[in-house]
Design a protein. Structure first.
Length: 381
């Protein structure tokens, strides 16, 4: 990819309607809050951007109660469906020397349902491709293989077996499949520290990890409402950054943080941060995660999609409903991206703030306009 094109693509968040920033967007907060409360002892990561776009594809085909639920739960802004599609139409994919971010989503619909021609043309107009694909769910193995092949090719074959045949049956009507992969280089690289340190997995349980460190001028600050502090580490040649939220020493604070965050727009967490020198130490980690979101979506207000929704703008035939919502993805945080000189030398006359990631933490990959990934690390792997 040429440098000009790469720089333009990396700033794709800037195309999103800036008006939406004037209204709180709690879809990510509510989605993550519901999920994290169920998985308190394992590493998790989700891609709200991909799931949201997949649900918008359903919204375009929905009417009545189902459409109202989707618009409210997704915090969609716009008077018409076409305006909402216009705001969300760009595919979120970046592949260059510094960042690889692939995000994909698609609706697979039982082939016995004829898709409305207007819905098909709308998909091509705004998404430059089909919004839905027919699937022969009566043959679960074949259907699963078809979905896997499409997703894994788009994900650069970073992982396999996105969908299992056991997740499909002859009763499946709509399968919403989404996937993601992310890895990037930091704007200023970390370096490997000489000694291993203890990482607090939970009260009474520690593990020895290799830490990576640097001193950098970054945004940082306290988050007193969460009983935590945060630092925002920028990625190279982009407006994308990783916000790390570190609770106070008690590991129970992570649970508290995640419940409080249900009512906070993640994009505003750094509003009171200031720029300054910070000495950061953290472990590297890789998370491969998959999740069926059916129960989570019902819990945050989308129950009608799974019962008897009005999807008459998707197909005129009765009986169409959402059966499965599956997401799988990988995030890789490699802290020693370059083999440059040490960047951790400190000025004794102006010592930096210390930010030592030696316990459970939340991470958010974002730009000023969109949250791409969010998760927590219990045990670095």
């Amino acid at each position: 990819m040429a440098n000009g094109v790469g720089a333009s693509t990396l700033r794709l968040g800037l195309i999103i309607n800036a008006l939406s920033l004037g209204v709180a967007d709690l879809f990510v907060s509510e989605l993550y809050g519901e999920l994290s409360s169920k998985y308190v002892r394992e590493n998790i990561v989700i891609c709200p951007a991909s799931l949201r776009m997949g649900l918008i594809l359903l919204y375009i085909g929905a009417e009545g109660e189902a459409a109202a639920e989707l618009k409210n739960t997704l915090y969609l802004h716009g008077d018409t469906k076409t305006q909402i599609l216009e705001d969300h139409k760009k595919q979120i994919s970046i592949t260059n020397a510094d960042i690889t971010m692939q995000i994909s989503q698609k609706l697979y619909v039982d082939h016995k349902f004829k898709i409305d021609p207007h819905y098909i043309s709308t998909g091509w107009k705004y998404l430059s491709g089909p919004a839905v694909e027919p699937a022969h769910f009566e043959n679960p193995e074949s259907a699963a293989k078809h979905i896997c092949n499409q997703i894994e090719r788009h994900m650069l074959n970073k992982f396999k077996e996105t969908v299992a045949s056991s997740e499909i049956s002859s009763h499946t009507k709509i399968f919403l499949a989404s996937a993601f992969y992310f890895s990037g280089k930091w704007q200023k690289p970390f370096m490997k520290l000489g000694t291993r340190k203890f990482y607090n997995v939970m009260t009474g349980l520690h593990m020895s990890v290799t830490m990576y460190g640097k001193t950098d001028e970054v945004l940082h600050g306290d988050l007193p409402e969460l009983n935590a502090k945060g630092v925002e580490i920028p990625y190279k040649n982009s407006n994308i950054s990783m916000l790390i939220i570190l609770p106070e020493e008690n590991d129970n604070n992570l649970r508290h943080m995640e419940q409080v965050l249900r009512t906070v727009d993640f994009r505003t967490l750094n509003n009171n941060f200031r720029r300054g020198n910070v000495h950061i130490e953290m472990p590297r980690f890789r998370i491969e995660y998959e999740m069926d979101f059916n129960e989570v979506l019902k819990a945050i207000g989308l129950s009608s999609l799974f019962s008897n929704p009005d999807l008459s703008s998707l197909s005129r035939q009765m009986g169409l409903r959402l059966s499965n919502t599956k997401q799988k993805g990988v995030i890789e945080v490699n802290t020693n991206n370059d083999n440059g000189r040490s960047t951790i030398d400190d000025n004794p006359y102006n010592p930096p703030k210390k930010f030592i990631v030696d316990r459970q933490f939340i991470f958010i990959v974002k730009d000023p306009y969109m949250v791409y990934f969010v998760g927590h690390v219990i045990r670095p792997q």
